[in-house]
Design a protein around this ligand. Structure first.
Ligand SMILES: *[C@@H]1O[C@H](CO)[C@@H](O)[C@H](O)[C@H]1NC(C)=O
Ligand SMILES: *[C@@H]1O[C@H](CO)[C@@H](O)[C@H](O)[C@H]1NC(C)=O
Ligand SMILES: *[C@@H]1O[C@H](CO)[C@@H](O)[C@H](O)[C@H]1NC(C)=O
Ligand SMILES: *[C@@H]1O[C@H](CO)[C@@H](O)[C@H](O)[C@H]1NC(C)=O
Ligand SMILES: *[C@@H]1O[C@H](CO)[C@@H](O)[C@H](O)[C@H]1NC(C)=O
Ligand SMILES: *[C@@H]1O[C@H](CO)[C@@H](O)[C@H](O)[C@H]1NC(C)=O
Ligand SMILES: *[C@@H]1O[C@H](CO)[C@@H](O)[C@H](O)[C@H]1NC(C)=O
Ligand SMILES: *[C@@H]1O[C@H](CO)[C@@H](O)[C@H](O)[C@H]1NC(C)=O
Ligand SMILES: *[C@@H]1O[C@H](CO)[C@@H](O)[C@H](O)[C@H]1NC(C)=O
Ligand SMILES: *[C@@H]1O[C@H](CO)[C@@H](O)[C@H](O)[C@H]1NC(C)=O
Ligand SMILES: *[C@@H]1O[C@H](CO)[C@@H](O)[C@H](O)[C@H]1NC(C)=O
Ligand SMILES: *[C@@H]1O[C@H](CO)[C@@H](O)[C@H](O)[C@H]1NC(C)=O
Length: 740
C-alpha cells in the first residue's frame, strides 16, 4: 500500500472533520446527543419538535432551544434554555437531560409528562429555573435536586409527586420560589428548610403533609408567602414564632387540622392576607393588626369572645370572614363606618352562625359593604331597625365575579380583519388602531386581595412597566376567580400605536416579551403574589415565529458546509474502503494471532492496556500542570510513563464516556491507523468510569491542527488542542480522587 495514498486520505479526512466541526457541528456533541434522546423519550402529537431532525440545535432553529451567544472554552456552543411550554408533549423526562450541563432554564410546563423526575437533573449545577408544573409526573423528589445550588425557582406544582420533601432541599442555597402545591407530597415539612435564607414563597398547599409546623421557619428573613392549605397537620399548633416573620405578606393555613390559638401577628408590618379558616382554633380574635391587611378569613373555627374594635382602622380591608365560630357580644358598626372615606373599595363582612346578640351603632352600611348576620341571636331581635335585610338567605358566592371588557368604540368593522386575529386596540391613543395582540393565559397563584377591581389599574401598570410597554398596550380581556383562590386572566398585549403601518410586533419583540414572562423577570409584588404563565399563544401573524435563539449562520457558511459535507462523504467512503482493504490484508497475514476478547482485557498489536493507577502516576494525579489541552471529549494531559517515554493521555469526561464496546472498537480502529504523519496510539486505559487513550506525544499539535489552522477538535480522532490557543480553566483534580 502506498504511503502517498494514505497520506492523501488522511488529509481529506482531516479537512473533512475540521469543516464538519467548525461549522456544522457547533453545539457540544454530548448536548446534541442528549437532545436527541430527549426527543426520543417524548410523544409529540402536534409535531412541535419536527425541527429537531435537521442540522445543529443552536444553528438550525430547533424549537424551544435557546443557546448561549458565545462559544464555550471547549470551542462549542452550549444550550442555555430548553423551553417547551404547553406543547401537548407526553412521554417522560430522560436522564440524558443531565448532560445539558450549562442549562439555565428547563421548562416543560403544562404538558402531559408521566414518570418520575430523573435524578440526573440534579447534576445540572448551572440550573436556575426548573419548571415542571402542570404535568402528570409521579414518584418522589430525587435528593439530588437539593444540590442545585443556583436554583432560583422550583415549580413542580400540579403533578402527582408523592413521598416527602427531601431534607437535601436545605442545600438549595439560592432558592427563592418553592412551588410544590397540588401534589401528593407527604411527611413533615423538614425543619432544615429554615436554612433557605433566600426563600420568598413557600407554596405547599393541597398535598398530604403531616406532622407539626416547624417553628424554625420563622428564621427565614425574606419569607413573603407561606401557603399550606389543605394539608393535615393533625393537632399541631401554629408556632408563636411565626409572629416574627417580619416580611410576611401572606399566611394561608386553611383546612390544616390545626389547634391552639391564633399567634400574635401584630408586629408584621406588611401582612396583607391572613387565612386560618377551617381549623380547630380556639381563643379570641387578634386584637391588633397592621392596617395593610386586605383579607382576613378566620371562619369555621371555635373562636370565642367579642369582636374587637380594631377592624375599623383597617383601611384597605376587603373581606372579613368570621362565620361559623362562637363569637359573642355586639356587632361593631364602626367596621364599615370608615368606608365612607374610601368609597372605591368593596367590603364583605361575614359574621354568620355566631352568638352575636346586639349592635353597637347604626345598622346602615353603605352599598359597597356586604354584611351577613344570619344564624346569630341578633336576628331574632325584631326591635333592631333594618335587621331583616342582613339576616336573610342569599347566594353565597360573592367571589365569582367574572368580567370581560366591552369596548364602546365605533370603528368600521370591516377595516380590521378579526378572523385573522387582528382587533381594535381598546385603549389606543390613535383612534381605531387595528393590531394583532399577543395572547397570554396568566394566573395569579396566591393574590393578597379578595376583590380585583380596586387593583386593576395598578396591576396593569405593574405588568406594562415590567414589560417596558405603554399602559394602553395591555388589555385584560377577561378574568375570573378559581379555587385557591387564584385569579385567572386572559391578557392581550398590543404593539405600540406609533404608526398605522406597523400593527404587529416584530419577531425580536415577541421573543423579548415572551422571555420576560418565561424567565420571571417581573419584580416581586406582595399584593399580586406569584404568577403562572398558562399559555403564550402565537396565532395569526405570529404563527410562524420560531421560539428559539441560536447562532445566525450566513449563507456562505451553509454553502461551505454543503461542500464540506460532499467532500466528507467522498473521503469517508475512501477511508472505509481503505480500511477494509487493509484489514483484509492484515487478517490474512495475522490470522493466527487474532483475539477478540469480550471483556476489558483486550490485546491489540502494539497497544498496551494501562491501569488507572499507572495513568495517575504518569500525570501526577492528573495535575493541572500536566494538562496540555482539551477537546469535546475531555482533557488531554502530558504524561511520563515508567519507562520515561512521554505520552499524551486523553481522558474522557464523565459526559462523554462511551459504551465499552464502542470504546474498544475505536481503539482497534486507531491501532491500525499508523502513519508517519499521524500520532500513533500507544495504549489505553479502561476501568470502571474511566476511559483514556494514550498517544505518542507531539509537542506541536497534530497534523490536523497544521492542516486547518482552526484549533477545534471533534470526534475521537482529535486530541491535543494546545492550551495556549484556548482559555483552559484547569481545576484541581478532585474528581480523579473521588472516583477511585
Ligand atoms: C432561523 O431563524 C432566523 C430568524 O429567527 C432566520 O433568519 C434563519 O434563517 C433561520 N435559520 C434556519 C436554518 O431556519
Ligand atoms: C393538546 O392539548 C389541548 C389542551 O392542552 C387539548 O385540548 C388538545 O386536544 C390536545 N391535542 C392533542 C392532539 O393531544
Ligand atoms: C397519584 O398517585 C397515586 C399513587 O401515588 C395514585 O393512587 C393516584 O391515582 C394518582 N393520581 C392521579 C390523578 O394520577
Ligand atoms: C389544587 O387542589 C385543590 C384540591 O384538590 C383543588 O380544589 C384545586 O382546584 C387545585 N388547584 C389547581 C390549580 O389545580
Ligand atoms: C443548616 O445551617 C446550619 C447552620 O448554618 C448548619 O449547621 C446545618 O448543617 C445546615 N443544615 C443543612 C441541612 O444544610
Ligand atoms: C395521606 O397520608 C396519610 C398518612 O399520613 C395516609 O394514610 C393517606 O393515605 C394519604 N392520602 C393520600 C391521598 O395519599
Ligand atoms: C389526629 O390526632 C388524634 C389525636 O390527637 C388522633 O385520634 C387521630 O387519629 C389523628 N388523625 C389522623 C388522621 O392522624
Ligand atoms: C375610623 O373610624 C374611627 C371612628 O369610628 C376613627 O377613630 C378612626 O380614626 C378611623 N380610621 C381611619 C383610618 O379613618
Ligand atoms: C362601590 O365601588 C365601586 C368601585 O368598586 C365605585 O365605583 C362605587 O362608587 C362604590 N359605591 C359606593 C356607594 O361606595
Ligand atoms: C336603615 O337603612 C337605611 C338605608 O338602608 C338608613 O337610611 C337608615 O338610617 C337605617 N336605619 C337605622 C336605624 O340604622
Ligand atoms: C358587550 O356588548 C355586547 C353587545 O355589543 C352585549 O351583548 C354584552 O352584554 C356586553 N357585555 C358587557 C359585559 O357589557
Ligand atoms: C390561554 O389561557 C387563557 C386563560 O386561561 C384562555 O382563555 C385561552 O383560551 C388559552 N388559550 C389557549 C390556546 O389555550
Amino acid at each position: 500500500m502506498s504511503r502517498m495514498r494514505c497520506f492523501g486520505c488522511v488529509f481529506v479526512l482531516s479537512y473533512c472533520f475540521s469543516v464538519l466541526h467548525t461549522d456544522a457541528q457547533i453545539t457540544d456533541p454530548s448536548e446534541v446527543a442528549a437532545l436527541i434522546s430527549v426527543k426520543k423519550s417524548l410523544v409529540d402529537p402536534m409535531k412541535h419538535l419536527r425541527s429537531w431532525n435537521r442540522g445543529d440545535p443552536c444553528a438550525s432553529n430547533w424549537t424551544g432551544i435557546f443557546c448561549f451567544d458565545t462559544y464555550g472554552t471547549d470551542g462549542y456552543l452550549h444550550v442555555r434554555e430548553l423551553q417547551l411550554l404547553k406543547m401537548n408533549l407526553s412521554g417522560h423526562l430522560t436522564p440524558e437531560l443531565g448532560k445539558l450541563s450549562q442549562l439555565i432554564i428547563l421548562d416543560f410546563m403544562w404538558n402531559e409528562l408521566v414518570g418520575s423526575i430523573p435524578k440526573e437533573i440534579g447534576s445540572i449545577s448551572s440550573l436556575q429555573l426548573l419548571l415542571l408544573n402542570g404535568n402528570k409526573l409521579s414518584g418522589s423528589f430525587p435528593d439530588e435536586l437539593g444540590y442545585l445550588s443556583k436554583l432560583n425557582r422550583l415549580q413542580v406544582d400540579q403533578n402527582n409527586i408523592s413521598g416527602p420533601i427531601p431534607k437535601s432541599f436545605a442545600y438549595m442555597s439560592s432558592i427563592r420560589h418553592l412551588h410544590l402545591n397540588n401534589n401528593s407530597i407527604n411527611g413533615q415539612i423538614p425543619p432544615e428548610l429554615s436554612n433557605l435564607t433566600t426563600l420568598l414563597h413557600l407554596l405547599l398547599d393541597n398535598n398530604n403533609l403531616s406532622g407539626h409546623l416547624p417553628p424554625e421557619l420563622s428564621k427565614l428573613p425574606a419569607m413573603r408567602i407561606i401557603q399550606l392549605d389543605n394539608n393535615n397537620f393533625n393537632g399541631s399548633e401554629i408556632p408563636a414564632t411565626y409572629g416574627s416573620l417580619s416580611r410576611l405578606a401572606k399566611l394561608s393555613l386553611r383546612n390544616c387540622s390545626l389547634q391552639g390559638s391564633i399567634p400574635d401577628l401584630s408586629s408584621i408590618p406588611s401582612l396583607y392576607y391572613l387565612d386560618l379558616s377551617k381549623n380547630n382554633l380556639r381563643g379570641s380574635l387578634p386584637s391588633k393588626l397592621y392596617d395593610t391587611i386586605r383579607t382576613i378569613d378566620l371562619s369555621v373555627n371555635h373562636l370565642s369572645g367579642s369582636i374587637p374594635g380594631i377592624f375599623s382602622d383597617l383601611r384597605f380591608l376587603q373581606r372579613l370572614s368570621l362565620e361559623n365560630n362562637q363569637l359573642n357580644g355586639s356587632v361593631p358598626a364602626n367596621i364599615w363606618q370608615n368606608m365612607t372615606s374610601t368609597k372605591s373599595y368593596s367590603l364583605t363582612v361575614d359574621l354568620r352562625n355566631n352568638l352575636l346578640s346586639s349592635i353597637s351603632g347604626a345598622l346602615n352600611p353603605p352599598d359597597n359593604v356586604t354584611l351577613r348576620l344570619r344564624g346569630n341571636p341578633i336576628c331574632d331581635n325584631a326591635n333592631i331597625a333594618n335587621i331583616t335585610q342582613f339576616c336573610g338567605y342569599e347566594a353565597g358566592g360573592d367571589r365569582t365575579t367574572e368580567r370581560s371588557t366591552n369596548s364602546t368604540m365605533t370603528c368600521p368593522v370591516q377595516a380590521c380583519p378579526v378572523d385573522n386575529f387582528f382587533e381594535y386596540v381598546p385603549a389606543s391613543p390613535l383612534p381605531c388602531f387595528c393590531a394583532s395582540p399577543l395572547r397570554i393565559g396568566y394566573r395569579l397563584k396566591s393574590p393578597s386581595f379578595s376583590y380585583f377591581d380596586p387593583y386593576v389599574f395598578s396591576f396593569e401598570s405593574y405588568v406594562t412597566s415590567a414589560l417596558k410597554l405603554n399602559p394602553y398596550q395591555l388589555s385584560i380581556d377577561s378574568y375570573f376567580w378559581e379555587e385557591g383562590p387564584r385569579l385567572r386572566m386572559h391578557l392581550k398585549i398590543f404593539p405600540p400605536a406609533n404608526n398605522m403601518h406597523s400593527s404587529t410586533f416584530n419577531v425580536s419583540e415577541v421573543l423579548r416579551i415572551r422571555g420576560i414572562f418565561t424567565s420571571w423577570h417581573f419584580p416581586g409584588d406582595d399584593l399580586f403574589g406569584p404568577y403562572e404563565l398558562l399559555n403564550f399563544t402565537l396565532v395569526g401573524p405570529y404563527a410562524g415565529v420560531y421560539l428559539t435563539k441560536g447562532k445566525n449562520i450566513s449563507k456562505g457558511v451553509w454553502v461551505a458546509i454543503a461542500l464540506g459535507s460532499i467532500a466528507c462523504i467522498i473521503a469517508v467512503t475512501a477511508a472505509v474502503s481503505l480500511l477494509i482493504a487493509r484489514r483484509y490484508a492484515r487478517q490474512h497475514r495475522k490470522m493466527s494471532r487474532r483475539h477478540i476478547s469480550s471483556n476489558a482485557s483486550m490485546k491489540i498489536d502494539g497497544v498496551k492496556g494501562f491501569t488507572f493507577k499507572e495513568m495517575a502516576m504518569a500525570t501526577d494525579s492528573f495535575n493541572c500542570s500536566a494538562q496540555v489541552g482539551r477537546g469535546g471529549y475531555g482533557k488531554v494531559y502530558r504524561g511520563i510513563l515508567s519507562g520515561n517515554s512521554i505520552v499524551a493521555i486523553k481522558r474522557a469526561e464523565e459526559g462523554s464516556l462511551q459504551g465499552q464496546k464502542e470504546f474498544l472498537t475505536e481503539i482497534k480502529l486507531l491501532s491500525r491507523l499508523h502513519h508517519i504523519n499521524l500520532v500513533s496510539l500507544v495504549g489505553y486505559c479502561e476501568e470502571k468510569e474511566e476511559q483514556m487513550l494514550v498517544y505518542e506525544f507531539m509537542p506541536n499539535g497534530t497534523l490536523r491542527d497544521w492542516l486547518s489552522d482552526k484549533a477545534k477538535g471533534t470526534l475521537n480522532f482529535d486530541f491535543v488542542i494546545p492550551s495556549k490557543s484556548l482559555d483552559v480553566t484547569c481545576l484541581p483534580p478532585l474528581d480523579a480522587m473521588k472516583r477511585h
